[in-house]
Design a protein around this ligand. Sequence first.
Ligand code: PLP
Length: 386
Amino acid sequence: MKKLIYLDYASTTPVDKQVLQEMKNYFTIKGIFGNPSSYLHLFGINAKNAVENARINISNIIGSKKEEIIFTSSATESINLAIKGIAFNYLNNKKKNIITSFIEHKAVLETCNFIKKLGVKIIYIKNSRIGKINLNILKKKITDETILVSIMHINNEIGIINDINKIGYICKKKNTLFHVDATQSVGKYSFNLKNMNIDLLSFSAHKFYGPKGIGVLYIKNNKKKINLLPLIHGGEQENSLRSGTLAVHQIVGMSTALKIANSIMEQEKKRITFLKNKLWNGIKNIQGIYLNGNFKDSSPYIINIGFKNIFNKILILEMKNIAISTSSACNSNKHHLSYVLKSLGLNDKLIKSSIRISFGKFTTEKEIDYTVKKLNFIIKQIKKKY
Ligand code: PLP
């Protein structure tokens, strides 16, 4: 098999053909190119209708109200808006704290670092050796001074799933806001936000075969008013929370992508679970292999494994036509080691021997068979060579 095999779907996904086809209707003079805020004429009205239909579709799929959806440029922006938007109400109030975990994506961790400099305390909850948040510790750490808990649903490096229902329940009982980074789960797991104790939820379209550059922040709208300060000021779009002309083509693209992802969600999960098991069964007997995280508590879409005494970058280079990664896309070009794997208790040597393989819609059984063969072969070769 000479063709390139993509096994880095947790980093990004290709745009679905049907999504691209739909998006093409929103660019040129023949299409719907108007500004959705200029709705005194038909060009603007058509654009606004497209945006609002997308908003309704997305909210139906995630079980929210349509006015609870704010369009942003990315999950990163949504996360920034959620955390800073809350924290900016409490600047220099040293008593107030935000609770998060050590294994969040950098979008959360760096935002929290920034907030810390502005005077809000950040408390980190420890995770177990497989990467799950310890709920007893979380319960103890939440106080009357906690303004927000931000915990991810599925970890992007190891695929471990946190129990966001239980965490939401704890936050509700303690009367604190709960933000979920659901970037690795929307489009793969079903949500019914009406019945969940989640106040804020972030995700982006490019993880489920939509375009890059578009994301959502869900903001619960119920009796408990969430006072979020905007980061971007201007034309007061998106309920004044995120100014800027809406990217209609991106929004329609995301909506179409989510609709498709939702329609095949359960069968895809079954298929991918089979492929992940097949991969693991084909390599688990390689001497020195270890699994980061576990199977029981993790998403079928991600597996993180290591091979003792094999440097991951050499392995990835030797795998040539198979695209896999060392950790997350954000870390893989930098020299620092994965803080997620460190928090599982791995030493530096093991971290440098770990790789992430992530599966998606275009992954076939044939590709997995080939990957299994190649991994077995390459590891033998590297052991001989180095
Ligand atoms: N959160 C998680 C868990 C992610 O995996 C990613 C991207 O990899 C992000 C946030 C940031 O998403 P984006 O780059 O689309 O802003």
